[in-house]
Write a protein that binds this ligand. Structure first.
Ligand code: GRF
Length: 203
């Protein structure tokens, strides 16, 4: 299977996917990395791994539809089967989400449906939650929503700051994302109506 990863920044989840896919047993190849920001650190990671990369800067387009048409063209030319959002900071339209329905996934640093959106770690510390984690889910048109493929849980510890909590969650993100992508490619995580039939523990 041919995988595209869409990023906007650091690209540590992209790196985890690249590293996992380097294993000959992994059922897919990271064939394309697209960033909407020209200076994303993740683009360097793609380059180092010898992966085709492209910047499609949303600022070059008049509207979301045109931006997404450019994304779609790049994905089609590269014959992409599945798309992973990894720190991709643009909202996608209903139309893009439905074009890629069942083949488009995202990772979010909370136990969804709790703490959607931005500044998640800060909000979790403020709320005083005792457990946190991350979620990989199919993308629907609503932000950070959609049928859940897998989750990993971490404790929130006394004295945690945004940074320490984010680091603990990120470590799990890097395990969870490749594991969920593998389930997707293998057809073990699939959409049925608006949910994902339970298959097995992801990690
Ligand atoms: C991760 O925390 C991911 O869950 C969220 O954005 C962050 C991206 O980090 N969607 P990176 O670019 O993968 O390092």
């Amino acid at each position: 299977a041919r995988i595209a990863v869409l990023i906007s920044g650091r690209g540590s989840n992209l790196q985890a996917l690249i590293d996992a896919a380097a294993n000959p047993d992994f059922p897919g190849d990271i064939a394309l990395v697209i960033s909407n920001r020209p200076n994303a650190k993740g683009l360097e990671r793609a380059q180092e791994a010898g992966i085709q990369q492209e910047t499609i800067d949303h600022k070059d387009f008049e509207n979301r539809e045109d931006f997404e048409a450019a994304l779609n063209d790049a994905l089609k030319i590269a014959k992409i089967d599945f798309v992973c959002l990894a720190g991709f900071m643009r909202l996608l339209t209903d139309s893009f989400a439905s074009d890629w329905r069942g083949r488009l996934i995202n990772i979010h640093p909370s136990l969804l449906p709790a703490f959607k959106g931005l500044h998640v770690h800060e909000r979790m510390i403020e709320a005083g939650v005792k457990v946190a984690g991350c979620t990989v889910h199919f993308v629907s048109s609503e932000v950070d929503a959609g049928p859940i493929i897998g989750q990993a849980v971490v404790p929130v510890l006394p004295g945690d700051t945004e940074e320490t909590l984010a680091a603990r969650i990120l470590e799990q993100e890097h395990l969870l994302y490749p594991a969920c992508l593998k389930l997707l490619i293998d057809g073990k995580a699939r959409l049925s109506g608006n949910s994902v039939p339970y298959t097995e523990d992801v990690i």
